[in-house]
Design a protein around this ligand. Sequence first.
Ligand SMILES: NC(=O)c1ccc[n+]([C@@H]2O[C@H](COP(=O)([O-])OP(=O)(O)OC[C@H]3O[C@@H](n4cnc5c(N)ncnc54)[C@H](O)[C@@H]3O)[C@@H](O)[C@H]2O)c1
Length: 297
Amino acid sequence: MKIQKVAVLGCGLMGSGIAQVAAMAGFETTVLEVEQKFLDKGFAGIEKSLGKFAERPVEKGGITAAQKDSIRARLKGTTSKADLADCDIILEAIIENVEEKKKMYALIDGIVKKKAIFATNTSSISVTELLTAVKRPERFIGMHFFNPVPLMKLVEVVRTIATAPDVYDAAYEFGKKLGKVPVRTSDKTGFIVNRLLVPYLLDAIRAYEEGVGSIEDIDNAMKLGCGYPMGPFTLLDFVGLETTYYITQVMYDEFKERRFASPPLLKRLVMAGWYGRKTGKGFYDYANPEKPVAGKF
Ligand SMILES: NC(=O)c1ccc[n+]([C@@H]2O[C@H](COP(=O)([O-])OP(=O)(O)OC[C@H]3O[C@@H](n4cnc5c(N)ncnc54)[C@H](O)[C@@H]3O)[C@@H](O)[C@H]2O)c1
């Protein structure tokens, strides 16, 4: 099963990163969007990122001007599904909405070649639910990348009860060809990373609610005591509290365990519209982004 041509669905935050990485790895890559303006936005982001790679020395993971040109030449944007007909793998990164994703899969199922592999980048929707939209469920997997895709080395490769072993192996090898470190996992909500990370983040909020420490002290404790690059509250504000809240709901629904349930404070912050960095306020106040001030709730 040879993967030569790549299709990426969606040119948002994740889709643009995935397309960039595929083109950097030498694959002819076509990105599908609903409107040209979203392609323009995504491609502007890719251009900026490639610019940063071009500033770095090649021995430190940088690229030459000539490499930058050939990466650009391998990338094509389209708003026509017919342009995906000859692709070997379809990496889907459209909005996190079950109905939108299923509608999209049903449409392209009739267009792409028989042997194509479908890979969803969903963070929280069951891969098994999505595969019901195509007539070849054995060719359906999850490939869960991390933001920012060009810099984060991990991809979780997700098998379902219907996935054919050769399809899974091909996707795993493809992950390596993209320069990532693939890990094997199965279709349980949260996969590996969120399964372990989400309860930790929620526990940090509970510890704060119970008076174990201040927001700043808990952040410093986990940073300096565990060597984590950032504390749990800084990370929560970075990811977006509404995103974490949504994930807790999906994970609680799947496992019915308290460790996945949202603490009351997280829900209150989300109800107030304090989503973290993106709204200027969350567990910290970013009125001065250089010096965020920890909240006292
Ligand atoms: N943001 C993250 O950190 C992250 C991490 C891992 C996985 N994911 C997953 O990746 C997917 C995309 O997330 P994102 O953060 O890039 O979202 P985003 O909103 O930045 O991008 C989604 C893009 O999909 C496009 N789109 C919507 N419907 C479409 C359609 N029918 N056809 C083609 N394009 C369509 C939108 O125009 C938009 O540009 C989601 O499934 C999300 O769960 C996100």
